[in-house]
Structures are given as C-alpha cells and as structure tokens.
Design a binder for this molecule. Structure first.
Ligand code: HEM
Length: 128
C-alpha cells in the first residue's frame, strides 16, 4: 500500500524530520506567526511529523496517537487570516527547498499543503 507513496520516495522518516525542523525554524522567526505559537516547538514539531508522515502516505502515526485529524477544527482556536496562511506557506516553501526535496515531489507536496492551508483559514484580515 505504501509502495509508491511520496513519503517513501522522498526518503521516509528522516526526510520528514528534516522538513519539519526547517519549517519550524522559519515559523519561529516569522513576525506574522510568532504570536500564535508557544515558545517551545518540540511538541508541535513532533505532532507535525506524525501528521505529515500520514498525509504523504506513510504510516498513520497521527491518527494512532491523536485520533481523527480534524485539522480545521483543531485550528479554530487560532485566528488564521489570509496573511497568516501566506506566512505558513512561505515557511513551508522555504523548508521544502532547504530539505532538498526533489521535483516533482516538492511541487506536489506544496500543492496539497496549499489546499489544506486554504481550508484552515477562519478569520478575515483586519481592514486598513
Ligand atoms: C498546530 C497554526 C496550517 C498542521 C498548530 C498550532 C498553530 C498552528 C498555532 C498550535 C501550536 C500549539 O500547539 O500551540 C497554523 C497556521 C496555519 C496552519 C497559522 C496557516 C494556514 C496548517 C496546515 C497543516 C497544519 C496546512 C497541515 C498540513 C498542524 C498540526 C498541528 C498544528 C498537525 C498539531 C495539532 C495537534 O495539536 O495535534 N497550527 N497552522 N497546520 N498544525 Fe497548523
């Protein structure tokens, strides 16, 4: 079942960990995202590693520990504006490059993550 998953072809667990590390290094410095996150990223990074593993066709690690992902619902307590969506995706784009994920997988991953990030928006940007 996992034979041709993106997870496997990009390099499995090690590559996802590299991606997640590069991602939160950026998030932790991004002015639009800092206010939403705790000072310490190890727990969210651990969960993101589990989530992205299953999202890209690897073992269902997130669901095993946390149940159904319900990502939109889990994000409702954070005001996710279009600006923050863009910031999240910019961090992810940089991380996909830093982790040296090859094409066509890099673009395929970014496209899927863009759809999910769009779905996570729950608050309009402030006017003015
Ligand atoms: C958790 C922000 C999009 C996956 C979180 C947290 C924040 C956040 C603030 C909680 C950190 C904490 O534990 O205190 C955002 C913002 C997004 C976004 C601003 C912009 C669109 C996404 C997307 C995905 C994702 C697209 C998946 C592809 C996760 C996961 C967690 C998480 C797996 C951990 C959930 C848990 O607690 O089990 N996010 N997120 N997020 N986010 Fe996002």
């Amino acid at each position: 079942v996992e034979g041709n998953s993106i997870y496997e072809v990009i390099g499995g667990h090690e590559k996802i960990e590299e991606l997640v590390e590069a991602f939160y290094a950026r998030v932790s410095k991004h002015p639009d995202l800092i206010p939403l996150f705790p000072d310490e990223f190890s727990e969210v990074a651990r969960k993101q590693t589990q989530f992205l593993t299953q999202f890209f066709g690897g073992p269902p690690l997130y669901i095993q520990e946390h149940g159904h992902p319900m990502m939109r619902k889990r994000h409702l307590r954070f005001p996710i504006t279009p600006t923050r969506r863009d910031a999240w995706l910019a961090c992810m784009k940089g991380a996909l490059e830093e982790a040296n994920i090859e094409e066509p997988y890099r673009s395929a991953m970014f496209e899927r993550l863009t759809l999910t990030a769009n779905h996570m928006m729950n608050t309009p940007d402030e006017k003015g």
